[in-house]
Design a binder for this molecule. Structure first.
Ligand SMILES: *Cc1c(COP(=O)(O)O)cnc(C)c1O
Length: 498
């Protein structure tokens, strides 16, 4: 049955998957949501015999219903190839009684690669299907990981350009180096004076600027988004939850029908929303454990039913989760309101005007599958040390937040059910914080010296992605104020430089 995509904010005519992928955001500023959630048509037992690529096809074919089998399989083959440093693509590591689903074996060693290695192919295919002749311009705001993963995905892809805005000083040195050394004439990286929310708000404003869109269309450009609001990112993220459930069954670690919890370090709410969709597709997923760092807007939301962004923005050691407005939460709000765009729009308008909104009791009741909690900086570092000392397993700061929250959950609820922890970045991406947690003494060595020490301690080879940037020259030096982002976009597209 065909799946069409509707806006979360109005009754606009639903569009096909390829159109939703091209547009990124609906014209009314809402997000695209599937008009129904398809149910998995293969049993977990059947899935347990499949490779990652085969599993991905089984999931994506149910959502991207206007793609042919050949188109979809070609996208999948191009995305999940030797760019990943392990054949399993997403290996499961058991440590300390939980299963760490390692989503960081792609080209930029963070989980964003899972979606961003396929998005360019989905997008080019969508453009072809819809007779689009314009160059596709990807605009992305990043809190660190999306930027590099999007750059790596789109660099050199014909018919596309990509522009990435990151908060100057708000990402790790290795993250910044990864981005500013990006090659490819169709790429542009700009550090903005502001935080991630400023960058994201700026990008959203550019997307909804009709005048600019018309001006650029005359020059043969059209915008699209690689942010996690694009369904071309969200749907590929469902695949690894399905794959993980199937692997646990294949390896005899769970019984048929036994549920598995998913603990997810959360920022923009894309990753955990994918787990929610996997559950609604019929996968045996139990609790959805939403883990926050000290920017604990989501924890407060699950606890009180009020989402309130009016608070101090805190820079933490898990910068990809330093977010006060979790864009993808809008999709969940829409669903728990009974797929009611009017109700959702009301709440989103309150968020824009007042910075907060409150959901009804009925909506709260629909959140029973979620558990929210947070880990502060000390707890995060402690979790890294604990796992290292007790199991010799080293996790990054984001994964440590989820791991610490999972342990709080297990203690509070007594639930002994099997749990998957989404392991969203390689510890080599956040080496300084990880080393500080494990061995406080070696703080003033440079980042790459720390990388080498971590490699010895963790008994893990330095990932290729880190080796590559050791000596790479800086290519992008652009900076601007958040309010000047539109000018930067115009300059890059019309003059080729900012
Ligand atoms: C993006 C990111 C997150 C947050 O994921 P969301 O889908 O935005 O909730 C967590 N950890 C890492 C390492 C990330 O890059």
């Amino acid at each position: 049955m065909e799946v069409l995509y509707k806006s979360t904010r109005s009754g606009e005519k639903p569009v096909r998957a390829s159109e939703a992928i091209l547009k990124g955001l609906a014209d009314d500023g809402g997000l695209f949501v599937p008009d129904h959630i398809p149910v998995m048509d293969k049993s977990l037992r059947e899935l347990s015999q499949m490779t990652y690529q085969e599993t991905a096809y089984e999931v994506m074919k149910l959502f991207f219903t206007d793609f042919s089998e050949e188109e979809l399989k070609s996208c999948i083959e191009k995305a999940y190839d030797s760019k990943f440093d392990t054949e399993a693509v997403v290996p499961l590591a058991e440590a300390g009684g939980a299963y760490y689903l390692e989503l960081f074996h792609g080209p930029t060693i963070a989980f964003k690669d899972m979606a961003l290695s396929i998005l360019p192919h989905l997008m080019i295919t969508s453009a072809r299907k819809n007779n689009v002749k314009n160059e596709i311009v990807i605009l992305t705001a990043t809190s660190g990981d999306t930027g590099k993963a999007a750059l790596a995905g789109f660099a050199g892809v014909e018919g596309t350009r990509i522009m990435v805005f990151y908060p100057k000083g708000g990402v790790s040195p290795i993250q910044e180096k990864q981005m500013v050394t990006q090659t490819g004439a169709n790429t542009c990286v700009v550090g903005i004076h502001g935080n991630f929310d400023d960058a994201q708000t700026g990008v959203k404003r550019i997307f909804s600027d009709r005048e600019l869109a018309e001006e650029l269309a005359e020059q043969g450009f059209q915008f699209s988004s690689a942010n996690s609001i694009n369904i071309g990112r969200l749907i590929p993220q469902i695949c690894y939850y399905v794959y993980a459930c199937a692997r646990l069954l294949a390896e005899g670690r769970v019984e048929e029908g036994e549920t598995v919890n998913a603990a997810v370090p959360t920022g923009n709410f894309g990753n955990i929303l994918a787990a929610y969709y996997a559950k609604r597709m019929g996968l045996p997923i139990g609790k959805l454990i939403c883990a926050s760092n000290e920017n604990k807007v989501l924890y407060d939301f699950f606890r009180t039913g009020t989402y309130d962004r009016n608070r101090e923005f805190i820079l933490t050691s898990s910068p990809s989760m330093d977010i006060l407005v979790s864009s993808n939460l809008e999709r969940l709000i829409y669903h728990i309101a009974g797929d009611d765009f009017g109700k959702n729009r009301e709440l989103m308008e309150a968020l824009t005007s007042r910075g907060s909104y409150e959901i009804t009791e009925e909506m709260s009741a629909a959140l029973k599958d979620f558990y929210g909690n947070f880990a502060d900086e000390a707890e995060t570092a402690e979790e890294i040390r604990r796992l290292y000392e007790s199991c010799g397993y080293v996790v990054d700061t984001h994964t440590a937040v989820a791991s610490a929250v999972y342990r709080k959950y297990a203690v509070q609820t007594g639930d002994k059910g099997k749990t998957i922890i989404a392991s969203t970045a390689s510890p080599f991406k956040f080496t300084r914080s990880v080393m500080k947690a494990i061995d406080g003494k070696c703080q003033d060595t440079d980042d790459f010296a720390l990388v080498d020490r971590l490699s010895v301690l963790a008994n893990v080879e330095v990932p290729r992605a880190v080796e590559e940037i050791r000596s790479a020259p800086v290519i992008h030096r652009g900076e601007c104020d958040a309010r000047d982002m539109k000018d930067a976009v115009r300059k890059f597209l019309l003059e080729g430089r900012i």
